[in-house]
Ligand binder design. Structure first.
Ligand SMILES: Cc1ncc(COP(=O)(O)O)c(C=O)c1O
Length: 394
């Protein structure tokens, strides 16, 4: 069997070496503490689980769902957007439930790009934007996210010939992996850029509900005119500790939503209905659970930052999201530092280069680690001394 060119030419998985080492260590019975994955360790709320159980007992929910989701779910999503961002959305034309936002992000490239078209993609970034672009025959053009620009892309330096071929701009705030946030002024600039250059915006915002110190992340759609040029991806995964449930949404420009709906309806049959009812519960019920959960992440963030500072690492303190983006010490690159922490301390961090070449010089640590393990992991980290001839970053 010959595998298609499309799949064969996918870039190799960058963490292969580290994953192999983790497996070997665990096989030898050594403890490995992982700050690698951004997957909430905290449980989904009881109210959501109860709603799922009740819905699962109703035979009406054992049948094929509609690809575009229950009208009640789309209405709950519209109400949630209204309350959270003061954005009005038509549940029939401007909202599309997704089987997790990754599903919609992966399919978006097929809807908005023809072969050879350019997608403007941040670097570093969640890898699905570029992989789906490549699978759909598009060409990624990478926009470096630099610390000196607060990890926002510089739209003014994109060459004219690139702009002419570009059809889509991907952005993601609160950002994975850098932890950066974007203010309204940035979104206004993006909307003007999209209008001027006739480029569609895809804003990926799954971390909007994970924020600290009273900060409230923005939606692209709060910006005047945004709905004319873009859509936003959202997810219940991180907002409500529901990564395993697979429920998210695309909202915004009706033509872009319609294209995604048409594409999806030919490939999948939507979200299981009992999960859709659970999603309605998460969106409609009291949002106190979000506040309480964020207080836990904030405490973990502060503990982590103290430890990283203590061992001499320079760290950006995130206002939102699930990640701490730390400089590696001088004399190391990202993979070398991640490998050293794994080899010497049994600690897993993600090398920044896993998210693009501009991630070089950083590692990402996730806050989704149970408190007891976090404390144990941080205490191991605090014993890190560096190696002879290599110096700390501050
Ligand atoms: C930036 C970003 N977008 C989208 C997703 C996908 O989330 P989900 O498919 O669970 O909604 C993730 C998951 O980690 C992510 O980090």
């Amino acid at each position: 069997m010959k595998i298609s060119q499309r799949v064969s030419s996918l870039p190799p998985y960058l963490f292969v070496g580290i994953s192999k080492k983790i497996a070997e260590k665990r096989a030898r019975g050594e403890e490995v503490i992982s700050f690698g994955i951004g997957d909430p360790d905290l449980p989904t709320s009881d109210a959501v689980i109860d709603r799922l159980c009740a819905a699962a007992r109703d035979p009406a929910n054992h049948r094929y769902p509609e690809s575009e989701g229950l009208p009640e779910l789309r209405r709950a999503m519209a109400t949630w957007y209204g309350k959270r961002f003061h954005v009005e959305l038509n549940p029939d034309t401007e909202i599309l439930p997704l089987i997790g936002s990754k599903e919609g992000i992966g399919h978006a490239a097929w809807c908005y790009l023809d072969p050879g078209d350019i997608a403007l993609i941040p670097d570093p970034a969640y890898p699905v934007y570029s992989i789906s672009t490549l699978l759909a025959g598009g060409k990624p053009y990478y926009l470096p996210l630099k610390e000196e620009n607060a990890f926002l892309p510089d739209l003014d330096i994109i060459p004219g010939e690139v702009l002419q071929q570009a059809k889509v701009l991907w952005i993601n705030y609160p950002n994975n992996p850098t932890g950066a946030v974007a203010e309204s002024s940035f979104f206004e600039k993006v909307v003007t850029f999209a209008r001027t250059n006739n480029i569609a915006i895809c804003h990926d915002g799954p971390y909007s509900e994970v924020a600290f110190d009273g900060y409230r992340p923005h939606s692209l759609l709060e910006t005047l005119g945004a709905k004319e040029v873009g859509i936003e991806f959202h997810s219940l995964s991180k907002s409500y500790n529901m990564t395993g449930w697979r429920i998210g949404m695309a909202v915004g420009n009706a033509d872009m939503i319609d294209a995604l709906k048409r594409f999806k309806s030919n490939l999948d049959s939507g979200i299981p209905q009992s999960i859709q009812y659970a999603g309605i519960e998460a969106l409609n019920s009291s949002q106190d659970v979000v506040e309480k959960r964020n207080a836990i992440y904030q405490r973990r963030r502060d503990l982590m930052i103290d430890t990283l500072h203590d061992i001499g690492l320079n760290v950006n303190i995130p206002k939102a999201g699930l990640y701490v983006w730390a400089h590696v010490p001088k004399g190391y690159n990202s993979v070398e530092f991640a490998t050293e922490l794994l080899d010497k301390l049994g600690i897993v961090v993600t090398p920044g280069t896993g998210y693009g070449k501009n991630g070089e010089g950083y590692v990402r640590l996730s806050l989704t680690i149970p408190d007891a393990l976090l404390v144990k992991g941080l205490s191991k980290l605090s014993g890190w001394q560096g190696i002879v001839g290599r110096t700390k970053s501050r």
